[in-house]
Design a protein. Sequence first.
Length: 134
Amino acid sequence: GIAIGANAKTYSIPSFTFQYLRFLNEKNALGVSFTFGTPYIFVGDETKSDFSYAALQAKYRGFYLRNKTVALFGEVSLGANVLMQYPPMNATPFFAYQVVPFGIEFGGEKLYASTSIGVGSEGSALTLGIGYRF
């Protein structure tokens, strides 16, 4: 978390991202993602949240290595973010991005899990995910 004051910390519940990727070939995929998150501030025993955000981004994923059970990838996403602050209800648009220099997928042909190290609107530091291929 980020220190706000002597007894305050900021935590974010997991942001939730839904994405669709279309493979152009074995090593390249294009897609779109939608993310929603609500950071919470803890001050002593009190919990406070005055804003949420939503991001819609175009995405490119390139694979360093890919076989039937494991894939290593990097990713770049760009788009728009809307910060919703309340009360009163205000919506502020701004730039959204995600940069993932390293990620790994593992699993079967249809159902898989992933983890990545990156920074941006979908999550900073470590992200975890599950997915299904159609």
